[in-house]
Design a protein around this ligand. Structure first.
Ligand SMILES: Nc1nc2c(ncn2[C@@H]2O[C@H](COP(=O)(O)OP(=O)(O)OP(=O)(O)O)[C@@H](O)[C@H]2O)c(=O)[nH]1
Ligand SMILES: O=C([O-])CC(=O)C(=O)O
Ligand SMILES: [Mn+2]
Length: 627
C-alpha cells in the first residue's frame, strides 16, 4: 500500500498524480487535503446530508441567482435552475475511459492512456477551485451498508451538485463513518472549472451557472477514480450516477460477477394477485421513467416503481437474479411528461423538486412542452427570454430535467429500497425505432436474450450532445455508459446467466414503442397502454411456469411474437392494420439489419462471444427461410 511518505517529493506542488497515490491509501481525510492542495479552494465543507445544510446551500444558491424559487403556493419547496446554454447534456465526445490497456476500453469508448490523462487533467484542475468552497459529499449507492451497495465520496465546488446528490444518492454521516473505518469507497472529483480568483490573485465576479468550455468526464477503471471538469449538468457532474453507478460499477461487476445496467425496475401485479419483477433497458430519453411509473389502462393490473434509470443485478444464493436501484431519486426528462402520459410523475413533482432548463410561467410555476395540451400565452423560456407560442422555438430545453426524491412518487413500491433487492422475472430491451423492430418479441433463451441486448439500435435523443434522430447502435442501452469493452460485457452477461438456476433465469423480451406509419405517426399509443405488452409478458412467464396452457406466441425469425388474440387490444382504438404493422417482421429489411449487426460485431474483433455470432447466423438462416 502506498502512503503519504511515498509521494514524489520532486513536485513543487501537489499534482493530480499525488492525489491518485493518496486515494489508493483509502485515507479520506488525506485525500480531501490533497484535492484541496491541487485545486486551492477558499474553504472546505464536509456534508452530512442534513436538512440544515441543504437549506443553507439552497439559500446561498438563491442569493447567487443559481436557483429561482417557484411560487410556494403552487410548487412548495421547488426551484428552477437555468444552466449555461452550452451546458445542457452529457458530453460523450469528452467522456474518457482511461484503462491501462487500450483494448480494455473497447472500440466504443474514448481512450487516453491513464498517465497522459492525469497530466492533462492536472493542468485544468490545478487551482480550479480558487475562491470557491469545496464540498465533500460522502454518499452510498444503494441502501447504506446493504450487501449490493457501494460507497463513494464526491468533492465538488458546485452547491447545485451537492443538493442534487442529496436527492439522487444517500448522503450521510454514517457513510463517512464507514469510509473512515476502512470500507472501500470510490473517489470522485468534480469542478465546474471556473475559479473566482486567477493565478495572479485577481478576483472575478461569479455567474449563476459557472462552467468551462473545456470539459472532461474521465474514468480510471483500475484505480476506480472519477475526475469530472467543466460541466455542472447532471449526467456529467452528479458523479454517483452515470460515472460511478454505470461506468465504474460495470467494471466492478465484471471483476466481481455482477452487472451494472441502464435499467428501470418495476413490480407488476396481475389481477390474480401474482407479483413479477421486471428490469428494462432503453437508451437515454427512450421511456424508462415513463414505464417505471406506468399506470395501467388494463383493469386489475398494477405497476409499482422501484427505479427509473439504473439497476445493479447480482446472482443470489437461491439462483435468482437479484436487483436493486442504487439511486434514491429521479433525474428525469421533463418534456413529454403530462397528466395524460405520466400522471405519477406529475404527482411526484408537486413539491420539493429542482427543475433545470424548463420554462417559467408568469405565476411563478414551471412549464414544458407536453405538460399541458396547450402552451400558456406567455412564458419565460429556459434561457430567461420572454416567450410566446408564436415564437416557434421550444420554451423548455428538449433535455430539461427534474430532480426529485424517489420516496415522493405515489407509485413507489413497498420495499423498493430493500437492501437485498428483488428477484427478477423478466428483462426487457428496447429502443426508439420508427421502422422494422416489432412492438414486442420474446427471446428464445438467455443467449438469444443477450443477442437482443447486444443489437439494440435507437434514434439519438437530446440527452447527449449530437444529432437528434440519427440511428445508432446502443447495445444494452449502455453505449455511453459501459466502462470496459462492450463485447466483453456481452461475454459477462453470458457468464452471469450461466451462474443462475436455469429454472429461475429471467425471460428476455425486446420492445419498441416508437414504430411509425407512413405519415410519421406513432402506430402504438404507448404510455399507460404499454401495460398491455407487460400483461403479455407476464402471461408468457405464467406459461413458462406451467400456470397457463393456452398458446401465447408464434415463432418468428426474430423471436416469439404474440399469437393472434394473445395481446389484449380490447377497447384500443388502433387504426386499421396497425397491429399487423406493429408486429410485422420484414425479412429483407431484417437481412439488412443483420448485415449492419455483422459490421458492428466486426468492430470488436474476436472479443464477440461465439454464442452471439452463432445467434446472428441463426437469425440469417431463419430470415432466408421466411422470405
Ligand atoms: N410515443 C411514446 N413516447 C414515449 C413513451 N414513453 C416515453 N416516451 C417519451 O420519451 C421521452 C423520454 O422518456 P423517459 O421515460 O423520460 O426516458 P428515460 O429512458 O427515462 O431517459 P433518461 O433519463 O435519459 O435515461 C419523453 O418525452 C416521453 O414522453 C411511449 O410509450 N410512447
Ligand atoms: O445522465 C443524465 O444526464 C440523464 C440520463 O439518465 C441519461 O442521459 O441517460
Ligand atoms: Mn439514463
Amino acid at each position: 500500500m502506498t502512503t503519504l511518505a511515498d509521494r514524489p517529493t520532486t513536485a513543487a506542488r501537489t499534482t493530480l498524480a499525488d492525489v491518485t497515490h493518496i486515494a489508493a491509501t483509502g485515507d479520506v481525510h488525506a485525500w480531501v487535503e490533497a484535492v484541496a492542495a491541487l485545486t486551492e479552494p477558499a474553504d472546505v465543507v464536509w456534508c452530512d446530508g442534513s436538512d440544515e445544510q441543504r437549506r443553507a446551500l439552497v439559500a446561498r444558491m438563491v442569493d447567487a441567482g443559481t436557483l429561482l424559487p417557484l411560487d410556494p403556493a403552487l410548487r412548495p419547496g421547488s426551484y428552477l435552475a437555468r444552466s449555461d446554454p452550452a451546458d445542457v447534456a452529457r458530453v460523450e465526445a469528452r467522456t474518457f475511459i482511461c484503462s491501462r490497456d487500450r483494448a480494455d476500453a473497447g472500440p466504443t469508448n474514448n481512450w487516453v492512456e491513464p498517465d497522459a490523462m492525469r497530466r492533462e487533467l492536472d493542468t485544468v484542475f490545478a487551482g480550479s477551485m480558487r475562491g470557491r468552497t469545496m464540498y465533500v459529499v460522502p454518499f452510498s449507492m444503494g441502501p447504506v451498508g446493504g450487501p449490493l451497495s457501494q460507497l463513494g465520496v464526491e468533492v465538488t465546488d458546485s452547491p447545485y451538485v451537492v443538493v442534487s446528490m442529496g436527492v439522487m444518492t444517500r448522503v450521510s454521516r454514517v457513510v463517512l463513518d464507514l469510509v473512515e473505518s476502512g470500507a472501500p469507497w470510490v473517489p470522485a472529483v468534480h469542478s465546474v472549472g471556473a475559479p473566482l480568483v486567477d493565478a495572479a490573485g485577481e478576483r472575478r465576479p461569479d455567474v449563476a451557472w459557472p462552467c468551462n468550455e473545456t470539459k472532461y468526464v474521465s474514468h480510471f477503471p483500475e484505480t476506480r477514480e472519477i475526475w469530472s471538469f467543466g460541466s455542472g449538468y447532471g449526467g456529467n457532474a452528479l458523479l454517483g450516477k452515470k460515472c460511478f453507478a454505470l461506468r465504474i460499477a460495470s467494471v466492478m461487476g465484471r471483476d466481481e460477477g455482477w452487472l451494472a445496467e441502464h435499467m428501470l425496475l418495476i413490480r407488476v401485479t396481475s389481477p390474480q394477485g401474482r407479483r413479477y419483477h421486471l428490469a428494462a433497458a432503453f437508451p437515454s430519453a427512450c421511456g424508462k421513467t415513463n414505464l417505471a411509473m406506468l399506470q395501467p389502462t388494463l383493469p386489475g393490473w398494477r405497476v409499482e416503481t422501484i427505479g427509473d434509470d439504473i439497476a445493479w443485478l447480482r446472482p443470489g444464493p437461491d439462483g435468482t437474479l437479484r436487483a436493486i436501484n442504487p439511486e434514491a431519486g429521479f433525474f428525469g426528462v421533463a418534456p413529454g411528461t403530462g397528466v395524460t402520459t405520466n400522471p405519477a410523475a406529475i404527482a411526484t413533482l408537486a413539491r420539493d423538486t429542482i427543475f433545470t432548463n424548463v420554462a417559467l410561467t408568469p405565476e411563478g410555476d414551471v412549464w414544458w412542452e407536453g405538460l399541458t395540451p396547450e402552451p400558456p400565452a406567455h412564458l419565460t423560456d429556459w434561457t430567461g427570454l420572454p416567450w410566446t407560442p408564436a415564437d416557434g422555438r421550444p420554451a423548455a430545453h428538449p433535455n430539461s430535467r427534474f430532480t426529485v426524491a424517489a420516496a415522493q412518487c405515489p407509485t413507489i413500491a413497498d420495499g423498493w429500497d430493500d437492501p437485498e433487492g428483488v428477484p427478477l422475472d423478466a428483462i426487457v430491451f428496447g429502443g426508439r425505432r420508427a421502422t422494422n423492430v416489432p412492438l414486442v418479441a420474446q427471446a428464445q433463451g438467455w443467449e438469444h436474450g443477450v443477442f437482443m441486448g447486444a443489437t439494440i439500435s435507437s434514434e439519438r435523443t437530446a440527452a447527449a450532445e449530437g444529432l437528434v434522430g440519427e440511428l445508432r447502435r446502443d447495445p444494452f442501452a449502455m453505449l455511453p455508459f459501459c466502462g470496459y469493452d462492450m463485447a466483453d460485457h456481452w461475454a459477462h452477461w453470458l457468464r452471469v446467466g450461466a451462474a443462475l438456476d436455469p429454472d429461475k433465469r429471467p425471460l428476455v423480451f425486446g420492445v419498441n414503442w416508437f414504430r411509425k406509419d407512413d405519415e410519421g405517426r406513432f402506430l402504438w399509443p404507448g404510455f399507460g397502454e404499454n401495460a398491455r405488452v407487460l400483461a403479455w409478458m407476464v402471461d408468457q412467464l405464467d406459461r413458462a411456469r406451467g400456470l397457463r396452457t393456452d398458446a401465447g406466441a408464434v415463432v418468428s425469425p426474430v423471436g416469439l411474437l404474440p399469437a393472434a388474440g394473445a395481446l389484449d387490444v380490447d377497447g384500443l382504438d388502433l387504426p386499421e392494420g396497425a397491429l399487423e404493422q406493429l408486429l410485422d417482421v420484414d425479412p429483407d429489411s431484417w437481412l439488412r439489419e443483420a448485415d449492419l449487426t455483422e459490421e458492428f460485431f466486426a468492430t470488436f474483433g474476436d472479443r464477440v462471444p461465439a454464442a452471439l455470432r452463432a445467434r446472428l447466423a441463426h437469425l440469417r438462416e431463419a430470415l432466408e427461410r421466411s422470405r
